[in-house]
Design a protein around this ligand. Structure first.
Ligand code: NDP
Length: 395
């Protein structure tokens, strides 16, 4: 597929959407809806939102669906029994379905570590991956990129920043990258000091100025952990060292990211903040499919501004750089502890700045393993989650 030059008249692309009931999943289905005949939805999977999965299945008529929460399985089966759609339950079923022969591209849009197993399984089955689930690359970037290379499958970025970089690199052949400039909106607390951050509320943190996203990534954006995870994601996707990745806070979220080449030229990708664009680019790659999505105009945005991030106030960004420097399983620990800390913040069990403290405690208590296997990463993930829970209890 990476060299596929098919046109809109070519045969449709057969896709699986993991996490179809989430923010990325539902927007991916909007893309499918906008291009009748271009995509065939083979598989949809959900965590526990049975009602939405059922209505998606009835509309898009996939070959099969899976719901991770087995307590919802009967409900989905009852609703779809007459629709000739196979229905499965459990996390294993989600991972198994990606192996279906007819699937060409798997959109990995489950949130968190839960996306790792099905994504790896899809790569091993030779499927191209449209990757939204950044946690997979944070936890197991080396294993994932090696497996993708071995299986000759494309990792097509969906994260808007990484899609931007991917697009900037298009046609650049082997021209070396001097620097990647990852833009960040700065979230709702841009410019806040550490003292101000200590008293922000959940409600404030959930109000992202530019993007509507799932709860976890919204909190990650507010805490700048999202940018930290993206730095790690960029390192693996584009094979650069971390000191070649610069973060620039750009509150308008129009310049999605840039590449600086060794002649000093900087190429940027621009567009309105709309995830349907990078989703469509990944699913339709290498074609740019026509659409009626909103267009960018410079006159609507007369000022595009850029500033430096403040890793002193936003401790998570520094922690992400620290774990890359440490390497091995350290990013896996950071990711697991962050998932637990964010879940606790969403339940108002910890304050905003306590999330970083929980992650630091987990990092201090779980020993780093260099060159971990996939199995080792699953064990380390569990250890890190336990350590984070202990840190929350003792807070
Ligand atoms: P959401 O929380 O909106 O959706 C997550 C999806 O994963 C849902 O379909 C959910 O199912 C499913 N899910 C959750 N847990 C499990 C599990 N254990 N097993 C199987 N499925 C599960 O997240 P987003 O769509 O916002 O984000 C998805 C990924 O994309 C994340 O990694 C995020 O960082 C990344 N991303 C998101 C962007 C965005 O704009 N939203 C932008 C760039 C990247 P259910 O709801 O049925 O429980």
């Amino acid at each position: 597929m990476p060299n596929d030059t098919s046109t809109a008249a070519s045969p449709p692309r057969h896709i699986a959407i993991l996490g179809s009931t989430g923010s990325i999943g539902t927007q991916a289905l909007e893309v499918v809806r906008a291009h009748p005949g271009r995509f065939v939805v083979e598989v949809l999977t959900a965590g526990r939102n049975a009602d939405l999965l059922i209505s998606q299945a009835l509309e898009f008529k996939p070959n099969a669906v899976a719901i991770a929460d087995v307590s919802q399985l009967d409900k989905v089966k009852d609703a779809l029994w007459s629709a000739d759609i196979k229905v499965y339950g459990g996390e294993d079923a989600v991972a198994q379905l990606v192996e279906m022969e007819s699937i060409q591209v798997v959109l990995s849009a489950i949130v968190g570590f839960a996306g790792l197993a099905p994504t790896m399984r899809a790569i091993e089955a030779g499927k191209h991956i449209a990757i939204a689930n950044k946690e997979t690359l944070v936890v197991a970037g080396e294993l994932v990129t090696q497996a993708a290379e071995r299986k000759n499958v494309a990792l097509l970025p969906v994260d808007s920043e990484h899609s931007a970089i991917f697009q900037c690199l298009s046609g650049e052949g082997h021209n070396p990258i001097e620097k990647l400039i990852l833009t960040a909106s700065g979230g709702p607390f841009r410019g806040f000091s550490a003292e101000q951050l200590a008293s922000v509320t959940l409600e404030q943190a959930l109000k992202h100025p530019n993007w509507t996203m799932g709860a976890k990534i919204t909190i990650d954006s507010a805490s700048m952990m999202n940018k930290g995870l993206e730095v790690i994601e960029a390192k693996w996707l584009f094979d650069v060292s971390v000191d070649q990745i610069e973060v620039a806070v750009h509150p308008q979220s129009i310049v999605h990211s840039c590449v600086q080449f060794q002649d000093g030229s900087v190429i940027a990708q621009l567009g309105v903040p709309d995830m349907k664009l990078p989703i469509q680019y990944a699913l339709g790659y290498p074609q740019r499919l026509p659409n009626a999505f909103p267009r960018f105009s410079f006159t609507d945005y007369p000022q595009l501004t850029f500033e430096q991030p403040d890793p002193g106030a936003f401790r998570n960004l520094q922690l992400a750089y620290d774990v890359i420097a440490e390497g091995g399983s350290a990013p896996c620990v950071l990711n697991a502890a962050n998932e637990i800390a964010v879940a606790a913040f969403l339940k108002k069990e910890v304050g905003f700045t306590q999330m970083s403290a929980v992650i630091e405690e987990a990092l201090a208590s779980v020993q780093t393993v260099q060159k971990p296997s996939l199995e080792a990463l699953f064990e380390i993930d569990t250890l890190a989650r336990d350590a984070a829970h202990r840190a929350i209890k003792s807070a």
